[in-house]
Ligand binder design. Structure first.
Ligand code: PEP
Ligand code: MN
Length: 273
């Protein structure tokens, strides 16, 4: 299906998997400033499979405030309502009237009391956008349920964003391309239609490796996604989290140019047909 309802300019959320140091974030902000980035990832809480670096946490909120001071829109995952509140208290005074703050509920955070509490906090200021990633396992109704809980928690639909980050492969959903998570874009499009909320494609957490990013990003050409989430790091090989899947800002430019090129050639073919 060609993109009949896609966002006029696809939304772009880019930046490091995790905020690590002030230098890393300052470099990222300068790069983001030169590009058309809607939100910069400055993620402060990192759910980890095994113990290890799990984020700068509250210590990084001042970095998000600095991003807002530069006129950028910062974004982070939050795990509980208290973290959402702390980020809002620290960042909102630095955002102009037209600035936006992105908070998101990650794939592993599947406790509906927590989801509602985060929504209750985030709904207090209309400059806060709440992004909901799908859960790790393959279930359309659970994914819709996350959104229903956020609405029950008080979020307005217009301040919600959905994000497809793929599902953990299992026997019923094989993974011939060796991706980290398997996308089900047909389901994502159904959820988008039912929920009436923009749907982004998290290329990085589906691909899991730099050489698989481009084929995953090409889902943008064949489906009506409203934008992309891509992890970008000043020095990906030395990233403290998700080193295998992060790219540089120059690689991001090339990736986006290739997707746009493919999109235009599909469009030209459709016109000529
Ligand atoms: C993330 O986006 O930082 C992340 C941890 O991804 P997910 O919740 O999709 O695993
Ligand atoms: Mn990551």
């Amino acid at each position: 299906m060609q993109n009949p309802h896609a966002h006029p300019k696809p939304m772009l959320i880019a930046g490091p998997c995790a905020a690590e140091t002030r230098e890393q974030i300052m470099f990222s902000l300068e790069q983001a400033k030169r590009r058309n980035v809607d939100f910069v990832r400055i993620s402060l809480w990192k759910p980890r499979t095994k113990p290890g670096f799990d984020g700068l946490k509250e210590d990084g909120i001042s970095l998000m405030a600095e991003a807002a001071d530069m006129g950028l829109n910062p974004g982070t995952e939050i795990l509980v309502g208290e973290q959402a509140q702390a980020v809002m208290d620290g960042v909102l005074p630095h955002l102009g009237e037209h600035g936006q703050l992105l908070l998101w509920i990650g794939a592993r955070n599947q406790n509906h009391y927590v989801q509602r509490d985060i929504a209750r906090v985030a709904s207090q200021d209309s400059r806060v956008k709440l992004m909901l990633k799908n859960q790790p396992w393959h279930s359309e109704s659970h994914w819709e349920g996350i959104m229903e809980h956020a609405l029950e928690g008080g979020m307005l639909r217009e301040n919600l964003i959905l994000c497809h980050r793929g599902f953990t492969p299992d026997v019923h959903h094989p993974n011939p391309d060796g991706l980290r998570n398997v996308a089900d874009s047909e389901m994502a499009m159904r959820v988008r239609e039912k929920c009436k909320v923009p749907m982004l494609l998290d290329v990085s957490h589906i691909a899991g490796a730099v050489d698989k990013l481009e084929p995953v990003a090409m889902e943008m050409v064949s489906h009506a996604y409203d934008g992309l989430v891509i992890e970008v790091h000043p020095n990906p090989r030395f990233a403290w989290t998700d080193a295998k899947q992060q790219i540089t800002w120059d690689q991001l430019d090339e990736l986006l140019a290739n997707v746009e090129h493919a999109r235009q050639s599909v469009e030209r073919k459709a016109i000529l047909a």
